[in-house]
Design a protein around this ligand. Structure first.
Ligand SMILES: NC(=O)c1ccc[n+]([C@@H]2O[C@H](COP(=O)([O-])OP(=O)(O)OC[C@H]3O[C@@H](n4cnc5c(N)ncnc54)[C@H](O)[C@@H]3O)[C@@H](O)[C@H]2O)c1
Ligand SMILES: [Fe+2]
Length: 403
């Protein structure tokens, strides 16, 4: 198919799904926020009738004792718990199967997803596998393929972040071909989310910065999406404003509880926005850097974001101009092209101020055709991006990221 026809076909799908998707109401978790909110979790678990819970987390978090308070709270409320802390960053199908084994061996009936996006996504698919034991994770790839509802899940994010605590998605790595694939289903939205900034004050600066830039990317990609609507715009604007005015401060001084709280809320709103309006090429490309080279998700997004915005600029000037005004980067009276440029430059400044590089050091020229093919295929029907990229456009952009 030639490029003009292909573009027309993609746009037909994007505009059709723009009408259809909002009819499928995306659920929202019951939300608990603020310092100390983790203390409410045992009661919430009991209210759901859950008696034996699996905690899904990673070794980084168990080793620093971040879960110690949770263990004692569960014990004092007589809630039986088992722990699976084998989740790796960019979680794999193997991680899911190992966690599922612990879930089944201990006859669990609920899951606490405790950690960043990796434990939360892994927990979502452990739950989906537990209620659909005959369906392997790979068969859940794509949309609406989780048939039976997963057991109750309690999401406790410790990064701000992926927003996975409110999204329909889980991103899993297939270790056989090093490809990340996305599972999307309304049943994957956790029924309960607890955002407790006390869990985030110890986040090291480089994880604070990159996970914060992931959240910014969610908000910006949702805002410039063809599927953006009033509610997603409100959520995205709120997130962008907070992140742009707070993230660098928290990178420098992570102990400010109120600013940590604000970032957790921003990440949640960015999640609300993108789970309804979708992400775009930044994520489609970043997933490949995660799958092929293990580049942390937020770091990949932070590096790629300004390049994709520059590519998309002809179609998003007024959108970025609005974000610039909202974030206090420029006055409302300035021309849109000036404001939009300033917004992109501000993102580059944030990256520079937080020691985020401008290139991907693992990227190799020989991988560019494969990455471009996979990224465009991931984005094609599912990401309603504001300006479509041809294979050449994508490969040219990737070359700018070479070290
Ligand atoms: N489901 C979704 O909607 C969605 C959206 C975006 C990203 N993702 C996925 O999420 C994953 C990335 O998640 P992430 O960026 O949150 O990172 P992560 O969960 O991989 O964690 C990164 C590191 O930070 C450490 N860490 C986490 N919280 C900490 C804390 N409070 N204190 C100290 N250390 C802490 C972890 O131990 C780990 O070593 C990727 O696989 C990505 O594809 C999912
Ligand atoms: Fe993301």
């Amino acid at each position: 198919m030639n490029w003009t026809l292909k573009k027309a076909a993609l746009r037909t799908v994007h505009y059709t799904t723009k009408v259809i998707y909002p009819i499928l109401k995306t659920p929202e978790p019951e939300l608990y926020t603020g310092a100390g909110s983790l203390g409410q979790l045992p009661e919430l678990i009991k209210n759901q009738g859950v008696e034996r819970v699996l905690i899904v987390t990673d070794k980084g978090l168990t080793s620093i004792g971040l879960l110690d308070g949770l263990y004692s709270a569960l014990e004092s409320d007589d809630i039986h718990y088992s722990i699976f802390d084998g989740v790796q960053p960019n979680p794999s199908i193997q991680n899911i199967e190992e966690g599922l084994k612990v879930y089944q061996e201990n006859n669990c009936d609920g899951i606490i997803a405790f950690g960043g996006g990796s434990p939360m996504d892994c927990a979502k698919i452990i739950g989906a596998r537990a209620s659909n034991p005959k369906k392997p994770a790979l068969k859940m790839r794509g949309k609406f393929r989780v048939w039976h509802r997963p057991p109750p899940m309690f999401a406790v994010p410790t990064t701000a972040g992926t927003g996975s605590e409110t999204t329909v998605a889980a991103v899993i790595t297939n270790p056989e071909n090093h490809e990340k694939f996305v599972v999307v289903d309304l049943k994957l939205v956790p029924p309960i989310a607890v955002l407790d900034p006390e869990l985030m004050v110890g986040l090291p600066p480089h994880i604070t910065s990159t996970t914060g830039m992931d959240a910014l990317t969610h908000a910006v990609e949702a805002y410039i999406s063809i599927h953006a609507r009033k509610s997603t715009n409100t959520d995205a604007e709120k997130a962008v404003k907070i992140i742009m005015t707070t993230l660098e401060d928290v990178y420098k001084d992570g102990s400010d509880m109120e600013k940590r709280n604000q970032l957790a809320i921003a990440s949640y709103h960015a999640g609300l926005a993108f789970t309804r309006a979708y992400v775009g090429y930044v994520h489609a490309i970043a997933h490949n850097f995660g799958g092929l080279y293990g580049v942390p998700h937020g770091l990949a997004n932070a590096i790629i974001l300004p390049y994709v915005l520059e590519f998309s600029l002809p179609n998003i000037e007024s959108r970025l101009a609005k974000l610039a005004v909202i974030s206090g980067i420029g006055p409302e009276g300035d021309p849109a092209p000036t404001l939009a440029r300033k917004f992109i430059e501000r993102i580059k400044d944030m990256n520079r101020n937080m020691d985020i590089p401008t290139q991907v050091k693992e990227l190799q020229e020989k991988d560019i055709p494969l990455i471009s093919k996979r990224a465009l295929s991931e984005a094609s029907l599912d990401y309603p991006v504001p300006r479509l990229m041809s294979k050449e456009d994508c490969e040219n952009l990737l070359r700018k990221l070479l070290p």
